[in-house]
Design a binder for this molecule. Sequence first.
Ligand code: BES
Ligand code: MN
Ligand code: ZN
Length: 485
Amino acid sequence: MTTISKKSTINNNDNLVLLCNKNNSFNNCGLSKHEIDFVKNEISKKDKKSVCVNQLNRLVMIQLIDVKPAPATGGKEKHLTIEALRKAASNIHSWIIDAKIESVSIVDADNKPLEVLAFAEGLALSNYQFLKYKKDKAKEEYSLKTISVVSKNATPKQIEELNIVVEATCISRTLVNEPVNFLTATQLSKEFQKLGKASGFNVEVFNKEKIKALKMGGLLSVNLGSVEPPTFSIMEYKPKNAKNKQPIILVGKGVVYDTGGLSLKPTANSMDMMKCDMAGAAAVAGTMYAIAKAKLPVYVIGLVPATDNRPGGNAYVPGDVITMYNGMTVEMLNADAEGRMILADALAYAQKYNPKLVIDLATLTGAAVAAIGTSGIVAMGTADEKTKDKLKQSGNNVFERLAEMPFWDDYDEMIKSDIADMKNLGGPYAGSITAGKFLARYIHYPWMHLDIAGPAFLTAKDSYRVKGGTGVGVRLLFDYFKNNA
Ligand code: BES
Ligand code: MN
Ligand code: ZN
C-alpha cells in the first residue's frame, strides 16, 4: 500500500511533481536557468504536458493541468480535466519506477487542490501490484512507497478519505485477482470477516444448512454442481449518527468462478478471466470497508450470495424448474445465466430490511461488454431520477461512468416461461436488459442494477486501471455515500 500524506515544506533532494499551468515561470521550483529553458522548450515547442528533469540527486517532474474544453452539453468539463490528471499520473508512475524512487512530493503550484488529489489518486492506483504468488516478490515490487501532497488547500480530511478509498479499491482488486483455488465461497466470507474487523462493520455468514433452511433455491441450485458449499454473507455498518433510518443495501454477485456450469463456456479464452465473477462482491466489501473506515454517517448493509458455478454429477440442468427464495419459480434454460439466480435470492432477502435503496453490482452479462466495452458500467433500475442523477454524477467524478439502458416493458416479454413464472434466459438481443428485468421481478423497493462485466477485469492495463481486477464500484459508491450521506 502506498500512503499519501500531507506535507508543508519541500527539501532540495525531494523528488517532485509540480502541477501547474503552462504560464508558470518555474523560478522557485529548484530548477536552474538551463533546466527552466529546457522545460519551457519542451512545453511550447514540443507541446508536451509532462516533462522530466533528472537532476541526478532527484527528479523534478512538471505536469501541466490540461483544462479540457466543455463538451457540447456544456459546463461539465471539470471531471475530464481531473481524469486527465489521474491518467498523467500513470505515465509519471513509470518514470518513478524506472528511477527506483521511493517517495515523491506532489506540489500544488497552481492552487488546484482537487487536481492535485486526483493526480495523487492516479499515482497510488498505478502503484498497485498483486505479488502474493510470486516467489521473488522483492525483485518485482515497485519502489514507490510514499506520496506527499504539498498543497495549502487540500484538507487533511480529503487526504485521509483519499487514502481510504485507494486502499479499499486495492483490497477489492486483490479479492478479484485471487484465484478460486484460494478464494472459495467460504474463503470469500472469511475475507469479509477480516475486513469487518479491520474497519468496523459487522459480518454474519450463513452456511449451507442455513441457506437450505431459508430455501434460497437460486443460490442452492447454482451450487449443486460444486463440491464447495455456498455462503451468504451479511455485512452491516450502522453508526449511531447515521442520517438514514432505512438502510441502503448493496448486493454483490459472488460467483467465485464461473465455468458456465453444464452450459459450459467454450474453453478458449472465455473462461480464463472468470475468477473475476465475484467482482460485484469485492466492490461491495471494498465499499463497506471504506465507509466504515471513514466513519461516514450512513446505515449500509452489504449482501453477498457466493458459490462457484461448475458442471458436476448433481449440477442443475437446462429445463429444471427452481423455486426461489421468494417462492417464485424459474425455468432454468442456461446454466451460464447463474448470476441472476443467486442475485434474485439476495434481492428478495433484502426486502426484510425495508430498504431505502438497493444497489446491486454484478459481472452479469457479456451483453453489457458488447454494448459499451470496458469503458463504463451498464446501469438500469427503478430508483427515482434524482438518485440516478446522483449516481451518474459520482460516476463522472471518479470516472466509473454509468450508461443507463432503457427498461421498457417490452423486455419483460422476453423472459416469460411456458411452465414457470419466468425463465433465466432472454432472447438473442438486449441481454443485459433482460438480465436486469429478471432481477426486477424480485424487488419491491427503489433499486439500481450495475452490470460491471466490462470494467471489472482488464486483460491489458488502461493507465491507472491496471491489468486484472480494477476494483470498479468502490470509488463510485464511496463518492456517492460521501456526497449524499
Ligand atoms: N459471468 C458471466 C458474464 C461475464 C461475461 C462476466 C464476460 C465478465 C465478462 C455471466 O454469468 C454469464 O455467463 N452470462 C451469460 C448469460 C447468458 C447465458 C444469458 C452471457 O452473458 O453470455
Ligand atoms: Mn455465467
Ligand atoms: Zn457469471
